[in-house]
Design a protein around this ligand. Structure first.
Ligand SMILES: Nc1ncnc2c1ncn2[C@@H]1O[C@H](COP(=O)(O)OP(=O)(O)OP(=O)(O)O)[C@@H](O)[C@H]1O
Length: 631
């Protein structure tokens, strides 16, 4: 699990060194490097399908730009052929006999054609760049948004699946590569066309030249693909560490946790942790460096050998009179053109191949995320919600041995306030996730108005739910959006103020620089910050604004002063007639407002009843109440 590390924060002779970050290694189907068992030639064979894939993605993004790009490729190819043919034509008179002026005059038409072809190639290159720049931003945004949407839309249970976050991290690399993907593909295609044209012309001049040229560049091609493969292996080995490092970076640098990190003297250790993770990634990268050096050296030596052979063959052909001098001169130009194009094909082909690895991860992740999207029925839940029933409901988190909720049966009726209490980890929050259909029960059934949630379109359930979770988001949005988020808003702020008044936040919001328009993100210019309790009041106002059929408050007042707490519970009572209300709390005095109290332990309901009954029942509730009063 762990390894030793020499860098440690504030280490003295008397204090033991802190443990380095745990090395997390995943096992199971996701631990296998997808490249491990694939042969080199199979990898190369992927390139056409990757190009097809990139073209299809680009086509869906901007058809006209793709058409423009393809037209530029054709122009590039034709111009390259014309350039070489005109070169051959010009070489005859230039290298022939007679006065220089006469020879130049004779070669002039061909020279003009050469200049025109060169200008056309440059022009096509510029237009192709324009077309690529039209496609790339939209394509990147589309891919990035698709990834975010896919993650937002999976069944919430997917987040608990081992390796899900790491595969998301790997998929992010695919999104990053879309920045360069079209440019790489375009350069690869245009170099390929130039190479085929120049190679074709060269093989017409002398058939021996082409195989020699191919041999000169092939080692570089193989070297580039092998290096890309090594890079990917390192990337793959680093995914888990990079993922944790990314999280640690955010947690360590966000102002939200700055007080905690400083006052508890955490900064040195956090930095040590971050550096240790980075160094671990570096060590893997450095360990692979000799392999990449060997690949580069071997491919350079082999390529150099065949290149010398190519030039030698050309010289031998010219010296022995097997080709005319003019043809030999054209062949020199053709060899240079083909070599340059071949190098471009190799470099950009390797880049396309490299991209294909990351795109592959992205595609696999997107397909997996689509598989994990809710597949439930399409029944809609109508208002009002009269009854929610749980029958022998069981739920176990992936990878856990014990069920978090284990055979719970319960009926909730409109107008009731139900309090759920129990020790930490007894399954209260999980129960609310099952009641709202965020998780579907493994066994048993949760039904709303008699319809099993497995048959219901989840959006129709969630449009009738208001949830204040234990850990709620402090959205970096304006105050207004922090109240209305998730609900279509009207142009009238009256309902917003009503929700704000219900949690006693009017004065605090009026004191902000721009009232409801104040941005609640102290990190940004002009942003403001609320206190912990004020944020919690705002989270409550968000749930109340929705006027939900099911209102769930999970420790809603844990950060509030007694006045705020009193106000919230008064409000809950006042509006309870029209809805089902569930309150989870460790402050047992607050359960007095409940019509029914449910006590949970180890995922089961162990007691239930009204406050006065449970106080005298001698069970867990009475014990917890006594402990809370024993100061
Ligand atoms: N996302 C999760 N993935 C895996 N296990 C989880 C997850 N959330 C909760 N658990 C486990 O399920 C059990 C029940 O947790 P739950 O959060 O429902 O308890 P709780 O009663 O709400 O606790 P608390 O009073 O501390 O809020 C615990 O053993 C917990 O470790």
């Amino acid at each position: 699990m762990t390894s030793t590390d020499t860098h440690s924060p504030q280490q003295t002779d008397t204090t033991p060194p802190p443990p380095p970050p745990a090395e997390i290694k995943y096992s199971g189907q996701y631990s296998v490097n997808p490249l491990g068992a694939v042969s080199f030639w199979k990898l190369c064979a992927q390139i056409p399908s990757v190009l097809r894939h990139i073209t299809r993605m680009s086509w869906e993004t901007d058809r006209r730009a793709v058409q423009l790009l393809l037209a530029c490729q054709v122009v590039t190819g034709v111009a390259a052929a014309v350039l070489l043919a005109a070169t051959a034509r010009a070489m005859g008179p230039i290298l022939g006999a007679g006065a220089v002026v006469d020879r130049l005059r004779e070669a002039l038409p061909a020279l003009l054609v050469m200049a025109g072809a060169a200008a056309l190639t440059r022009g096509a290159g510029a237009v192709a760049m324009y077309a690529e720049r039209r496609i790339t931003p939209t394509l990147t945004t589309g891919t990035d948004t698709a990834l975010v949407a896919a993650v937002c839309r999976v069944e919430a249970a997917a987040y608990a699946v081992d390796g899900f976050a790491d595969r998301q991290e790997a998929a992010e690399m695919g999104v990053l590569r879309t920045h360069v993907m079209v440019a790489d593909a375009q350069r690869f295609m245009s170099a390929l066309i130039r190479m085929i044209t120049a190679g074709g012309v060269l093989s017409v001049l002398n058939i021996l030249m082409l195989p020699l040229l191919l041999l000169a560049v092939l080692p570089a091609g193989i070297g580039a693909v092998l290096t890309a493969r090594v890079d990917y292996e390192i990337h793959y080995a680093n995914v888990a560490d990079r993922n944790i490092r990314g999280m640690m970076r955010w947690w360590s640098t966000t102002p939200r946790f700055a007080d905690e990190a400083r006052a508890n003297g955490m900064t040195d250790y956090l930095l040590f942790w971050y550096r240790s993770l980075s160094e671990r990634c570096d060590r893997r990268t450095l360990a692979a460096a000799p392999r990449t050096l060997r690949i580069a050296l071997v491919s350079a030596v082999a390529g150099g050998f065949f290149l010398v052979a190519t030039w030698g063959a050309l010289a031998w052909l010219a010296v022995t009179g097997r080709v005319a001098l003019a043809i030999a001169a054209t062949a020199v130009v053709a060899v240079q053109t083909t070599l340059a194009a071949l190098s471009q094909v190799v470099v950009n082909g390797a880049a396309v191949f490299h991209t294909s690895l990351y795109l592959g991860d992205m595609q696999t992740f997107l397909a997996d995320a689509a598989d994990r999207a809710p597949k439930r029925g399409d029944v809609a839940i109508g208002a009002p919600v009269e009854e929610i029933r749980l029958d022998e409901v069981v739920y176990r988190y992936p990878g856990k041995d014990k069920a978090a909720v284990d055979g719970v049966s319960l009926t909730l009726r409109r107008g009731e306030i139900v309090a759920v209490v129990g020790v930490n980890g007894s399954g209260k929050s999980t129960l609310t996730r099952l009641i709202t259909g965020i998780y579907l029960a493994d066994k048993g059934c949760v039904s709303w108005n008699g319809t099993d949630l497995a048959d219901v379109a989840p959006a129709t359930v969630w449009s009738r739910t208001g949830l204040v979770p234990q850990i709620f988001a402090q959205w970096p949005l304006r105050v207004r959006e922090n109240v209305t988020l998730g609900q279509p808003r009207t142009h009238d702020d009256a309902a917003v103020w009503e929700a704000v008044d219900a949690v006693g936040m009017r004065e605090a919001i009026e004191d902000l620089p721009s009232g409801l328009d104040t941005l609640l993100a102290r990190e940004t210019f002009g942003g403001a910050e609320l206190s912990g309790g004020q944020w919690q009041r705002l989270a409550c106002s968000r749930a109340l604004y929705r006027r939900p059929s099911l209102l769930i408050l999970d420790e809603p007042t844990s950060q509030m002063d007694p006045r705020g707490e009193h106000q919230i519970f008064e409000e809950i009572k006042a509006i309870s007639g029209d809805r089902i209300t569930i309150v989870i709390t460790h402050r047992l005095e607050n359960t007095r407002i409940a019509d029914h109290i449910v006590v949970m332990d180890h995922g089961r309901i162990t007691e239930q009843g009204r406050y006065d009954d449970l106080v005298h029942a001698g069970g867990t509730f009475a014990e917890l109440l006594r402990l809370s009063q024993d100061r």
